[in-house]
Design a protein around this ligand. Structure first.
Ligand code: SF4
Ligand code: SF4
Length: 359
């Protein structure tokens, strides 16, 4: 490591070089933590020393101006705290002295960053970059997340839930926003079938395009003039868009064909019943910016049903496993999509909770 630094700082920054003093003193010695109030965590080490952390709600898509970053950093420096980015891309002030807690929270709120997203609240909504910086997006993740965040803002700053709730948004099925491992996930998808322009096939590596399709929907076909093209079996296409990335002759994602798919019960961590992928509960959901009512309203109904009937510390996945899918659809007033039936493909894991078999 020293040699790397002598060579001019090549390599990742050393983590211990940027740790606040309270973390350096208690490295590996933390014994417990608690949520003091929404947005404020207290970690206690075996020496008895406590570390207060303030978690901030961030703009969706992690987009911050340099001015905002400087203002947050100035407040952190003023109160003697360090900064940390959480796994859900919120920023935390770590090591805030107790007498500076209220002034720091007030100052951060003044510059537009409320404290929240800890414990039994809605945690920071995660979203991929969407149209901001990606050519694959079928929906604008940050604007969907922003509409959800605005509708559920009080749930992020007040402890209203049985336990934590995560919502994530991905612009397309590539899932960079990790929607499939969130309690509630929203994924964008284009619903058109790719169109092949035979006259552009010189821009297409046909064998590679065939191999790239996850459902084997593409086959090579020879044209009359002995040239080759590809054909797509519409009934096998799952609209992933991979072929259009590989082949310049394929057109996919025409304007107006973007929709959302919603899933519930995903979980990324190994706590409780372990990690799980979310189950699809709504498909063909229209996208209607700026408020996205067709997404926000069902999310609100899912949350209301969960809050009213879940046991203490019961995540969405465990709640559905207990009450069953029939009640889930009944309480949330969602129409069960045909695509939600698993077709026995995951029979062993789904038997307990499938809509057709339950005991
Ligand atoms: S999930 Fe899709 S739209 Fe979002 S960043 Fe990844 S590839 Fe792009
Ligand atoms: S969009 Fe995806 S599933 Fe459909 S044909 Fe192309 S690669 Fe195959």
């Amino acid at each position: 490591m020293e040699r790397i630094q002598r060579l001019g700082g090549v390599g990742y920054p050393r983590p211990d070089a940027v740790l606040p003093e309270v973390l350096q003193r208690n490295y590996g010695r933390w014994t417990r933590h608690e949520v003091v109030r929404p947005g404020v965590l207290k970690h206690v080490s075996d020496s008895g020393e406590a570390c207060l952390t303030v978690r901030l709600l961030m703009p969706m898509g992690k987009r911050l101006s340099t001015r905002s970053l400087l203002e947050i950093a100035e407040i952190a420096e003023r109160v003697g705290a360090g900064l940390r980015v959480t796994s859900r891309r919120a920023i935390e002030l770590v090591g805030v002295p107790e007498h500076e807690l209220e002034p720091a929270i007030g100052a951060l709120r003044t510059i537009g960053f409320p404290a929240g997203g800890t414990g039994r609240t809605l945690h920071q909504i995660v979203t991929c970059t969407g149209f901001t910086h990606c050519q694959q997006a079928a929906l604008d993740g940050p604007s969907v997340a922003h509409a959800l965040g605005n509708a559920l803002f009080q749930d992020a700053v007040e402890e209203r839930y049985p336990t934590k709730l995560t919502i994530s948004v991905s612009g397309c099925p590539n899932q960079c926003g990790q929607a499939n491992t969130a309690d509630i996930g929203v994924v964008g998808i284009y619903e058109d079938v790719p169109v092949v322009h035979d006259d552009l096939m010189d821009q297409c590596d046909a064998p590679l395009t065939v191999r790239t399709c996850p459902t084997h929907a593409i086959r090579v076909e020879r044209l009359e003039n002995n040239r080759q093209t590809v054909r797509i079996a519409a009934e096998r296409c799952v609209h992933c868009g991979s072929c259009a990335l590989q082949c310049g002759a394929i057109e996919f994602g025409r304007p107006g064909t973007g929709r959302a798919v919603m899933s519930v019960g995903g979980k990324g961590s190994n706590t409780g019943c372990g990690p799980a992928l979310g189950r699809v509960v709504a498909v063909h959901v229209p996208l209607s910016p700026p408020f996205y009512r067709e997404i926000v309203d069902p999310v609100r109904r899912i949350i209301d049903a969960w809050v009213c009937t879940a046991g203490e510390r019961e995540r969405v996945r465990d709640w559905i496993a207990r009450v069953g899918w029939e009640k889930f659809y009944q309480w949330t007033k969602l129409a069960m999509p045909r695509e939600a039936l698993d077709g026995f493909r995951q029979h062993h894991t789904m038997l307990r909770s499938d809509v057709r078999f339950r005991w």
